[in-house]
Design a protein around this ligand. Structure first.
Ligand code: TRP
Length: 444
């Protein structure tokens, strides 16, 4: 572990917020949140989700940022420096999760690029002919093509991480996040003004409390961890580039608000459009790549809407993938590797690990790659990330408490009204809730 004096830093607080929000806002918001909300009781599920983000998500996020800023090191190094003993294992779990998540994330990231271009080259005609499902099936079972697009996606990810914290991650996120918001608002305006949009809003937003079960609460928690990029040291790593003047509690809250807002807004794009054209809203994971192209095909100027939507998805996926690669690379950079070497080698290894994932989709009937994604989803969202969250909370709540108090108040320079509430959430509420939900969720 080398302690370099000139550790890279974010150029500004807004740069840090946008980079962290870029990490959080991803496929999880635009692809996953809307369809699981649709399957789990609409507005009722959104309420449960928001409650979990407020109480548990924001607390764990603050805990991660505090650990990283104090230690000024990657996820493993931070625990080594602040505590030692077995604690670095938590960081190692994070590195492993980074590898796993990015290997399949890169595959889906490649799909977004393919669909962006394909919007102009036949996707609309296929959608109109009702062939979007077959076309998607044929695409994902063509290993060469899938791997080629995955490679392009990973190359862009590696490029940004290669350029560094300020000149790469921050610079691109400061440009891409506003672009993402702009595209999102244009698409919402289009979607909610379609004739018949109200039915979609009703489906998405009408609370159905009967659908809230132990399983759906577990789903909401897993979603919160995945969507907020928590439980694997991502915010530890990003926190390690924050200067000592930035206030952490407000940063954590801002990132949570942006992330939740984008997830919610993505549903406002998807459901009104899906209902306006009378296609199946319960399509699950295939909603984005199968259902939506048919919807765009029926709109005037569909090609443009489709391209905009997949561009949105690409941007969201890219700024998240960057953060996953950064977690892994930061470990090696702190061990003395140069940034280019770490980014290229790790990026390539993760790409290689993703190749079997990409090709495993060729198995014929799994058109939506459901089995594969279910397994990956389950392992990362429902096991590794919540477990990481438990240890991170316990660490702050019981072992590193006084230093944590100092770190989140900038050594007492900034008041933090909810300081003790936060400590108690880390101490008991978050670990108990996560473990309970984990237990009920794992049984289904
Ligand atoms: N939060 C991203 C999404 O919603 C994915 C992601 C990026 C992530 N970094 C992470 C998930 C770290 C878990 C941990 O798509």
């Amino acid at each position: 572990m080398t302690q370099n004096a000139e550790r890279e830093q974010w150029g500004s607080k807004i740069g840090f917020i946008l980079a962290a929000a870029g990490s959080a806002v991803g496929l999880g918001n635009i692809w996953r949140f809307p369809y699981i909300t649709g399957q789990n009781g609409g507005a009722a599920f959104v309420l449960v989700y928001i409650a979990l983000v407020i109480v548990i998500g924001s607390s764990v996020m603050l805990a991660e940022m505090a650990i990283g800023r104090k230690a000024q090191l990657n996820a493993v190094g931070s625990f080594q420096k602040l505590a030692g003993g077995l604690w670095p294992v938590v960081g190692w779990m994070g590195i492993v999760s980074g590898f796993t998540i990015l290997s399949f994330y890169g595959v889906v990231g490649g799909w977004t690029i393919k669909y962006f271009f394909h919007s102009f080259t036949g996707l609309m005609a296929e959608g109109l002919a009702g062939k979007a499902g077959d076309v998607f099936g044929a695409f994902v079972s063509n290993p060469t093509l899938v791997v080629a697009y995955q490679a392009v996606f990973m190359l862009t990810t590696i490029w940004v991480v290669y350029k560094g914290v300020g000149e790469g991650i921050e610079k691109y996120c400061k440009f891409l996040m506003p672009a993402l918001f702009l595209i999102l608002f244009v698409l919402i305006a289009r979607s909610v003004t379609l004739e018949g949009a109200a039915k979609g809003l009703d489906f998405y937003l009408r609370p159905d409390f009967s659908k809230i079960t132990g399983t759906s609460i577990a789903t909401a928690l897993g979603q919160a961890f995945f969507s907020l990029s928590l439980g694997m040291g991502c915010m530890i790593t990003y926190g390690s580039y924050v200067d000592k003047q930035t206030t952490l509690p407000s940063s954590a809250v801002q990132v949570c608000v942006i992330d939740t807002l984008v997830a919610f807004l993505a549903g406002l794009v998807i459901f009104p459009a899906v209902f306006a054209f009378g296609v199946d809203a319960g399509a699950g994971p295939g909603l984005t790549f199968v259902t939506l192209p048919s919807v765009f095909a029926m709109m005037p100027g569909g090609m443009i809407w489709s391209a905009l939507f997949f561009l949105l998805l690409y941007i969201a996926a890219l700024t998240s993938a960057i953060s996953l690669l950064e977690v892994v690379s930061a470990y090696f950079i702190d061990r003395g590797w140069s940034r280019p070497k770490a980014a290229v080698i790790m990026g390539f290894l993760i790409f290689a690990l993703g190749v079997p994932c990409a090709t495993s989709l060729s198995g014929a009937p799994k058109v939506y790659g459901k089995d594969f994604f279910d397994a990956m989803d389950f392992l990362s969202s429902n096991v590794l990330l919540p477990l990481g969250g438990v240890f991170i909370s316990l660490f702050v709540g019981w072992f590193w408490t006084n230093d944590a108090r100092k770190e989140v108040t900038n050594e007492g320079a900034h008041g933090f009204t909810l300081l003790e509430v936060w400590i108690w959430i880390c101490r008991v509420v978050a670990p108990a809730a996560i473990l309970y939900i984990f237990y009920t969720g794992l049984k289904w």
